[in-house]
Write a protein that binds this ligand. Sequence first.
Ligand code: UTP
Length: 477
Amino acid sequence: MTQLAHPKNRDDLARRLEAHGQAHVLQFWPRLSAAERERLAAQIASIDLDLVDRLVKTWVLATPQPQHFTRIDPVEVLPVPSRDQPAAREAHAAGEAALRAGRVGLVLVAGGQGTRLGFPGPKGTFPIGPITGRTLFQYHADRILHAQHAYGCVLPWYIMVGETNEAATRKYFEDHGYLGLDPANVFFFTQAMMPSVDASGRMLLDSPASLAMNPNGHGGCIPALVDRGIIADARRRGIDTLSYFQVDNWAINLADPYFIGYHVFANGEFSSKVKRKTAPREAAGVFCLCDGQVRVLEYTELDIYPQLLDTDAQGNLLHFAGNAAAHVLSVDFIERIYANYDRFPWHCSHKKIAHVNPAGDRVQPDTPNGFKFETFIFDALVYASGRPLMLEIDRIAEYALAKQMSGPGSVEEARANMNAYWGAWLRAAGCTRPLDGVNIEISPVFAITAEEFTRRARNLKWPAAGNIAIDAEGRFV
Ligand code: UTP
């Protein structure tokens, strides 16, 4: 039992909380068991209450003031790479060499709560494949298997999880044989948590004996990578470059030799992929040069910085550089900025947060009732030396988000996207039958590019009707 947890120290705990206007979280203390008291006290002890005070004052009790920039310019973006660009060919060779040399590791951020998707389980276990029911994790693992085979390397997979989904994520991997990967190369590491607060800044209880906590945002991977020994593991393996991606992008090109090569060539610290915005008000953060520094401005800031909607004489959006949430970071950089994490800005979002009311009943609100605080990975950009490199992607090939079931960035949209993308591969490989309304799935172990697919699918006999799913060996399933 911890010092604070001992009932005789309840008064100390209460005094500490009272100083921050948070003593209400002890309201059920008299009816808690010794173990529950211990747990609650330990949870409270883990919280930086001064920080919570500061965030509540800035974000909840006041109207947050946007940062002021004198100049906001578009960032320079490298074009979508292709074989006919000499620079891209060189980058590809450098990226491939880095992969072959085992210098690259993978960081997946999968610690989020996935509230919009509303799926009962970690987002990575969502069955994204409309025919096979294969999950997001399976698709990512298949891409890793493909890359390991193609480059004769091991790609250690470092997966960030949150306290709430760690056990279920680990169990999923164990129950599914680590999806064909060697367990010695798959790591789970936990991020820190932050308390969620109500509209008056009071911390919410998730149960009578526990606070409602949320993971501290994908920016939390910076301290977690160091604190949980991931950087040390990467160093031991000779890894100097980390490819960062998020769990809900079904189409992620997680070991992209072009991207890695450009980063390595530029001696980069933090490089990012850019998706061209499809509409001025698309709900996507935009890379911008803010007073000379590359930053991401959120779509919620479009009205604060109306120049983000400016177009050129042809009507093209000047600030088209949408954040594709795929980055490459150097290991040195992460170690170097570790100490700066305390200076990362916090972001606040208004969310529906399940909690217990004063009567002790659990409430699942229908509308946002509270706030969660997070840090974001892209706030590390300002610490990168030199100009961070931005590379445009072919959006249909690399960006298919499963944030929610329908609407923008949804499962529905991602499936339509992949049907169109893979449908074009089928056409190029000689499939002439109608594909309208047909679901298509192609295992990334079989092919990850149209060229590879065309080469390998030459002898396939296309089924005359129905959906088309092709497995790792090129068989219809
Ligand atoms: P999102 O911002 O989409 O958040 O995360 P989310 O938690 O998945 O979903 P909502 O907002 O509750 O609906 C983008 C990526 O960052 C990861 C997510 O797992 C996802 O891969 N993430 C987010 C973390 O790893 N930790 C966090 O604290 C937040």
